[in-house]
Design a protein around this ligand. Structure first.
Ligand SMILES: Cc1cc2nc3c(=O)[nH]c(=O)nc-3n(C[C@H](O)[C@H](O)[C@H](O)COP(=O)(O)OP(=O)(O)OC[C@H]3O[C@@H](n4cnc5c(N)ncnc54)[C@H](O)[C@@H]3O)c2cc1C
Length: 397
């Protein structure tokens, strides 16, 4: 194989066709900036992943502005509150009332990705699937490039910038020299066992439940598609969980009136996701930027993962558009700093909510403090407002 045998040039090479890569490509294309997206998997594989489902208003607005909001507006559900439950107590957090009318949109990440693919196709966007061994070169020079293999041949993509949208395991973060990369990490001793079932959701709003047996979440994708989770040990195996066992465990962790209303049925997807808090710094190295899960991970409590990817895309797309339209490098210079400020605020919130609602191997003192914190949440409007304003999403600036 000869490197450079197939040589293409673009302005921004985007690695990864997850929501970050596709949304960035769409926003840049609409502003006249050329991109090529390289994706390791097939389109079918990308569209088979079941992940996030709660979109902050900032992301929903960005999807509309990118011309991909119609189906979300037709099929998504606006939620103006959620519930925090602990044992038999239920507390409604009224987002709209506490934040001056802000809400979230419940619409699956898979559907967001599907809508973005459709828009990229309609605009003739280039997405190269099954790109193997993607490697970044000369990222700290003025002429970076990316190589990859496809159909047994090596290809070279020359570019002016590289956007690393390749998730937690992709190659972009590794392109930062070890002596420049700082990693901040917290790994939790548990994961979330989740199932998707074609059953009506037990509640129209999400219920986050902290229970002595462990955390549980009642979530949904639509009126006929439910997503439920229970906290399990980090080394647990999906095969140990029949549907019956899952439903019994879920019921045991919910307030009794919620458990009584739960409609069960066969699962159509079942998986375990580990919980991790992770931030890589810097998010920029030379002409390469880390975006979304490539640069940071939050535990899913608080639904911030996809939304943080979106705010990174917002900052980076605006920075690149300013660069190409007005020869203005200010946004590029400040991308990492701006994105990291919002990332750390979301890291704090996700860590707080995870700590409050999950069962840890903790001392009796810590258990009592958590109970007091829930008590404070129930009785303090200020505490509820703090939760609500973080949940609906902090401003982008
Ligand atoms: C199992 C799971 C469940 C989740 N549940 C929730 C949730 O309930 N709520 C929430 O808010 N967030 C959740 N998240 C987080 C959320 O899904 C992510 O934050 C979001 O997907 C980030 O988007 P991204 O585009 O940055 O990364 P990704 O979606 O990971 O996309 C990265 C893309 O890069 C591609 N790629 C990787 N390596 C390479 C390579 N070498 N070459 C080319 N392409 C490559 C991948 O195939 C993928 O398509 C979950 C994540 C996981 C993994």
């Amino acid at each position: 194989m000869h490197e450079g045998r197939h040589c293409v040039k673009t302005q921004v090479a985007i690695i990864g066709a997850g929501p970050s890569g596709l949304l960035l490509s769409q926003r840049l294309h609409l502003a006249g900036v050329e991109t090529v997206v390289l994706e390791r998997h097939s389109r079918d594989h990308v569209l088979s992943r079941i992940r996030a489902g709660v979109l902050e208003q900032g992301l929903a607005d960005m999807l509309r502005a990118a011309g991909v909001g119609d189906r979300m507006d037709a099929e998504g559900e606006i939620h103006d509150g959620c519930e925090i439950a602990f044992e038999d107590n239920r507390l409604r957090i009224d987002f709209a009332e506490l934040t001056g009318g802000k809400t979230v949109m419940v619409y699956g990440q898979t559907e967001v990705t599907r809508d973005l693919y459709k828009a990229r196709d309609a605009m003739g966007g280039t997405i190269i699937h099954n790109a193997e061994n993607v490697a970044l070169h000369d990222v700290d020079s003025d002429s970076p490039y990316v190589t990859y293999e496809k159909d047994g041949e090596t290809h070279r993509l020359d570019c002016e910038f590289i956007a690393g949208c390749d998730g937690f395991h992709g190659p972009s973060r590794k392109a930062i020299p070890a002596d420049r990369l700082k990693v901040f990490e917290k790994v939790y001793p548990f994961g979330w066992l989740g199932i998707l079932s074609e059953t009506p959701p037990v509640s129209e709003e999400l219920i986050y439940s902290g229970h002595p047996r462990g955390f549980a979440l009642c979530s949904l994708r639509s009126r006929v598609l439910s997503r439920y989770y229970v906290q399990v040990p980090a080394d647990e195996k999906v095969d140990n969980w029949s549907d019956d066992r899952f439903w019994e465990e879920l019921k045991s962790r919910l307030p009794s009136d919620v458990a009584a209303d739960l409609v069960t049925g066969p699962s159509i997807e079942k998986s375990i996701a580990p919980l991790r808090s992770f931030v890589a710094e810097p998010l920029r190295y030379g002409r390469m930027f880390l975006v979304g899960d490539a640069g940071h991970i939050v535990p899913p409590t608080g639904a911030k993962g996809l939304n943080l990817a979106a705010s990174d895309v917002f900052y980076l797309s605006n920075a690149l558009i300013d660069y190409y339209r007005a020869d203005d490098e200010t946004g590029i210079e400040h991308y990492a700093e701006k994105a990291l400020r919002r990332i750390w605020l979301a890291e704090r919130f996700s860590w707080w909510m995870t700590t409050l609602l999950h069962k840890f191997d903790e001392e009796a003192f810590d258990v009592r403090v958590k109970r007091a914190e829930l008590d404070h949440l129930v009785h303090s409007r200020a505490a509820q407002t703090a939760l609500a304003e973080n949940y609906v999403g902090l401003p982008y600036d």
